[in-house]
Design a binder for this molecule. Structure first.
Ligand code: GLU
Length: 456
């Protein structure tokens, strides 16, 4: 096992944002790529927002995406506890170290961290010093994604509030030290905190970890990053929208990383092999629902029919399209026709409705278009005896029988297809016609055609 130890350190908020998921994923990929350890640490110091439920959303989302952690909640580990709310003794111990080193002082009831060298201790002083603001040495960060970044901390900052609660910068750094974290991979929004963090690492006499700040995910259109209200922002919504976890995960890998060729659909094992910091983009990436859907459709088409049916049944049941008793054989046969045609599982209820109900809406425009060419009822009346007589009611048998009939009439076999499809489905498009008739079966097909002919 390598020495690499990375962590995903979310503050549970009640939803699992795609930006957080991407941070988790990149940490996980880096750990798996290097043979290192992936730690899940819950930064739950904000008590009001951190409920059991909020944690659940996060953990379920991570598990759904297949991001397993080696240390953390539910799995334990040697560096626990993994909840910041349970780590007060560790913070007390580290605070004492800073006190002993003379790097703290108390002011207005809070505990402040004292920067080195000449620095400002009050915001007023800092504001007043208009001419020569800069007194401290700049902090240099060799960011693994951004390259060299210099930032200057000019003012002491609070590390323990008046109410005794430790501040984010302090606990974040203490835990990274105590947990032996070697690489901090996190969103670019934290770059502005990093100089404070480096000052703290230095004060503890600890070499800072390697930082890798990953760029933002912009919303689909317009300026600004994905907000939780944007479609596609929340991981917990994807499952009910019928997305496959493997496709979503593959897509998120591409939000800010690429294999340096045009490939998009990639096996996760291969991504693990290729994933490294140089492949992470410096620029922001933009969320693209179309690309995600296309990727999802590719994954759907490749599934075996048993798995596809397993995923589709609850979606069709929830939409009221199939009943609990619907036979697996018929369902599987229907889905076998549709699997190559649909973009997402959420398209299915509309796509397959007529297979399961004899009452289905008739698309009027299609009806009018068909009637312009020839009288559909007359065509179908010709076809009824053919369908009654055909020996094997499968695609090949139907093709031969219909073709023979058409030739005898001096017609092309396709002349009958639009009316046939319209009568049995009410639509102008759908799966290939003859396999579809075969799946529906002779009785259902003839019943529908007869009803169509008899309808006024
Ligand atoms: N709790 C912080 C967050 O959710 C963690 C930042 C970090 O990764 O250091 O943004």
């Amino acid at each position: 096992m390598s020495h690499v130890r990375v962590r995903f350190a979310p503050s549970p908020t009640g939803f699992f944002h795609i930006g957080s998921a991407r941070t988790a994923l990149f940490n996980w990929l880096y750990a798996r790529h290097t043979g290192g350890t992936f730690v899940l640490r819950i930064e739950d110091t904000d008590k009001a927002r951190n409920t059991e439920e909020a944690l659940r959303v996060l953990i379920d989302g991570m598990r759904w995406l297949g991001l397993d952690w080696d240390e953390g909640p539910e799995v334990g580990g040697d560096y626990g506890p993994y909840f910041q709310s349970e780590r007060q003794p560790v913070y007390d111990e580290y605070l004492q170290k800073l006190k002993d080193a003379g790097r703290t002082y108390e002011k207005d009831g809070a505990i402040w961290f004292k920067l080195e060298g000449e620095r400002y201790t009050t915001y007023d002083d800092f504001k007043k010093a208009e001419v020569e603001k800069v007194k401290t040495e700049p902090v240099v960060i060799e960011d693994a994604v951004r390259g060299r970044v210099e930032r200057r901390e000019e003012m002491d900052f609070v590390i323990v509030r008046r109410d005794g609660s430790p501040v984010f910068h302090f606990v974040n750094v203490v835990d990274d030290i105590a947990m032996g974290i070697t690489h901090v991979i996190r969103g670019e929004d934290h770059l502005s905190n990093t100089s404070k963090h480096v000052e703290l690492f230095k004060a503890f006499g600890v070499e800072p970890p390697v930082f890798a700040h990953i760029p933002l995910i912009l919303k689909e259109s317009g300026p600004g990053k994905m907000s939780k209200r944007d479609k596609g922002a929340l991981i917990e919504d994807y499952e009910s929208r019928g997305f496959l976890a493997a496709a979503v995960r593959n897509y998120i890998c591409l939000l800010g990383w690429n294999p340096k060729d045009d490939r998009e659909k990639m096996d996760i094992g291969e991504i693990i092999e290729l994933f490294d910091f140089p492949g992470i983009n410096k620029g922001n990436s933009r969320f693209d629902e179309k690309k995600l859907s296309a990727l999802n459709a590719e994954y759907l088409r490749e599934m075996n029919i048993e798995s596809f049916t397993f995923l589709a049944r609850p979606i069709l049941a929830a939409a009221g399209v199939v009943s609990e008793e619907e036979s697996e054989d018929y369902l599987q046969a229907v889905l076998g026709l549709c699997q190559p045609k649909v973009k997402g599982l959420d398209d299915l209820p509309e796509f397959v409705g007529y297979f399961f109900k004899d009452e289905y809406p008739m698309d009027e425009k299609t009806g009018e278009r068909i009637a312009k060419k020839a009288d559909p009822k007359a065509l179908l009346a010709e076809v009824v005896p053919v369908l009654e007589g055909v020996e094997s009611f499968d695609a090949d048998g139907l093709h031969v029988a219909l073709e023979t009939h058409a030739e005898a009439q001096g017609q092309k076999v396709f002349a009958y297809f639009p009316a046939l499809r319209y009568a049995v489905s009410g639509q102008g498009g759908g799966p290939d016609l003859l396999p579809m008739l075969a799946v529906m079966g002779r009785d259902r097909v003839l019943g529908r055609i007869r009803r169509f002919i008899e309808a006024s």
